[in-house]
Structures are given as C-alpha cells and as structure tokens.
Design a protein. Structure first.
Length: 388
C-alpha cells in the first residue's frame, strides 16, 4: 500500500478505536486487514463523517452521487460492518462509525459468505493475532501481565445455568411440610437475556466470526459447533437483519440452539455497547475454547484473559468422580485436571461458565454464585494448551 493510503487507514483506525472504551494497537498488520476490505472512497467518507451519528439526509447533502448510487454506497459499508445503524424512538434511522474489535471485524465475516476477499481478510486477521503472539517472550510477557486485571473487564461470562420455576403446591393447614433447600441465583444466566429480548422479538442469529475466520485458514472447529451460533440482542438485531448479515430467530429456536451449543461445549460471553458492561448488552458469543478469538487466543498463548464472572465451580463430592475427563476436556481455561484418578480444581482460574457442571453426570461439580473479576496472565508458549 502507498504511504498516503497507509496514513489514511491509520487515521481511520485511530478514529474507530475511540468507538469502544478500549482500543487495539494500530500496527501495519492491523492496517493490512483494513486494506483488504475498505476502499479509498469509503475511507475518505468515514473520515469525513467522524465519530458522531448522522442520518441519510445529512450524509447525502455532501455527496457527489445520485441518491440511488449514494444509497448503494452507504449500504455497502453497513453490510461490511464499517457503519452500524440505530433508531430513535420516532423510528428515524441513524448511522455511526463502528469500532474495530469487537466491531466491524466480527460483522464482516458473520454473513457466512466465502468470497476471495473475505478469505484474504481472514488470512490477514490470522496474521494479526499471530503477530500479537510474538510478544509472548521475556520481558514483554511480564510487562503485559502486569497490566492484566487493572481497571474493569469489558466482557462477562454468563453461566449455562437455568433456574427452574417450580409450580406452587397447595398444602393442608396444620400439616408438617418438609421444605427442600433453596438457592437464589443472580440474574446472570444466558436464559435471562433470552427471555428479556425474545419477548420483544429482538434476537438475531449470525455466523460465528471466529469459526468463519479459522475455517477460512483451514482450521475447522475441533468441537464441530454449528456455523450460525452468535446471537445479537436488542435494537442492534434490527440492523443485523435489515442489512442481510443475520436473521431473526424466535425465543424457542434460540433456546434449542443454546441447548445444542452447550452440549458441544459453548461458553457464553456477553458483549456490551462500547465494551462497557454498564451499557446495554448487544450480543451473546457462544464459542468454544478452540476457535474463540478471546478464549482461543488465551489457550494459544497469544493474549491474556480478563473477564467478569458471576459463578464459581466447586467440587462437591470428589468420591463420585470416575476420572472420565469430560470436565477437563470442556473447561475453557484449563482450571481442571486429573490427579490420581480424581478431579482437581484451580479455583483461581475458574470463569464460572458451567461446562463442568453440565458435563458431569455424577454430580461431582456444582456452580455457585460468586461475582468477581478473573484475570488470567499470558501463559508461556511452552505451556499453551494449543500449539501452532
């Protein structure tokens, strides 16, 4: 790419970084991802419009195109995920520059298409993540790990735990009743979000960015998750469906999908607007520890991990353990291991995803409510779970 092209893409990357409360390093490897997808005309337009939202009419007022041609130009950027749309209460559609990651990266591959351009983008994304992995050496690794856990995590792990609603039971007065133990779960289950947004018809399903990326670089999912597995919730689902990136899915359909994904080892990560957990939820990532850009990068020794967890797993009856190893296989952060044919838990690593409880047919593991931040440092490449 020319020097002028490089500088304009760099300006755009810096601008997009400001759309989330966290940004990513603007390196040549990142800009090579930009160069594959973003045309010079799109680059100039996005720099001109800046970070604030705008209407179609506001943007068209300065265009040197016919209304139809400009509409196609704008729609192209929306389909790529470079712009996101949102709506006011009166139904007016506004457009706004997307962040990078989590942002347009995910949207660009989430329509499931496998064009040559998308394959090249996936290759560049793969090179970018591997470039980050080059910092996994002394002293860079130590300096990076000093920063892990500072501030507030930008992603939450929601448990695959569903609180059962029991039907009321009528009893006769003066009759002794044996009450079973009760447990109150915090409202941090993925099922709560499905109930909340399913009733509003604000759930869309789309292809998993991480799985698409790995598949296009000849690394198919080791857990064989279905392609359509990421869920967009809330108002942004309208944008996803309108511009052909995903499709609406009913509450019953998404519950069936969640059940399938959980059996295959999915971990539920909840993303928020601007990566601020105090803002509304926008998506539920249901990914495995192999493909996931977050969990997979931790397991490959590319990046550390910092999340907010709401549950903690505990071993409640180790004598029932048959050393089948299922919980070890599906734990996304290597918090479990077998010693002397019995399960051992490193609680400091647990992110409360609930996979161990789901997979254990013997009731050895159980999930308990405990909200906390979990910071897992970058592991040495030699200790990484996945070696490339």
């Amino acid at each position: 790419m020319t020097s002028e092209r490089y500088q304009k893409l760099r300006q755009l990357a810096k601008l997009m970084n400001q759309q989330n409360i966290t940004g990513i390093p603007v390196t040549r490897q990142l800009l090579e991802c930009f160069d594959v997808v973003i045309t010079p005309e799109e680059n100039d337009f996005l720099l001109k419009m800046g970070r604030e939202r705008f209407t179609f009419e506001q943007a068209f007022a300065g265009a040197n195109l016919s209304k139809e041609d400009f509409s196609n130009f704008l729609t192209g950027m929306l389909k790529k995920g470079l712009l996101w749309s949102e709506y006011d209460d009166d139904g007016t559609e506004y457009f706004k520059l997307a962040p990078i990651l989590v942002g347009w990266f995910e949207i660009y591959l989430s329509d499931g298409q496998k064009t040559e351009q998308k394959k090249e983008f996936a290759r560049k994304v793969d090179e970018l993540f591997k470039f980050w992995g080059k910092f996994n050496r002394f002293p860079a690794r130590n300096l990076l790990n000093l920063q892990v856990g500072k501030g507030t995590p930008h992603k939450q792990i929601f448990a695959a735990t569903k609180t059962e609603k029991k039907k009321p039971v009528k009893v006769q007065l003066n009759q002794k009743v044996e009450a079973s133990d009760t447990q109150i779960y915090p409202a941090k289950s993925v099922f709560e979000l499905i109930e909340k947004y399913g009733d509003k018809n604000e759930i869309a399903v789309l292809h998993c960015f991480c799985r698409q990326w790995h598949k296009m670089v000849d690394e198919p999912c080791a857990f064989e998750h279905p392609a359509e597995s990421c869920i967009v919730i809330g108002q942004r689902s309208k944008y996803i469906v309108k511009y052909g990136i995903g499709r609406y899915i009913s509450k019953s359909e998404v519950l069936e999908l969640i059940e399938v994904l959980q059996k295959k080892g999915a971990v539920h990560q909840v993303f928020h607007d601007r990566e601020d957990i105090n803002l509304p939820e926008i998506a539920i990532c249901n990914c495995c520890w192999d493909c996931c850009g977050i969990l997979g990068s931790y397991n490959r020794g590319l990046l550390p991990l910092f999340v907010k967890a709401h549950y903690l797993a505990k071993i409640v009856d180790v004598d029932r353990c048959t050393a089948c190893g299922l919980c070890v296989k599906f734990c996304p952060v290597n918090a479990l291991k077998l010693e002397n044919d019995k399960i051992v838990l490193d609680a400091s690593k647990c992110i409360g995803c609930g996979q161990c409880e789901l997979k254990c047919a013997r009731g050895v593991m159980r999930l308990f409510p405990l909200e906390r931040d979990v910071a897992l440092p970058l592991v040495k490449k030699s200790d990484a779970r996945i070696h490339e």
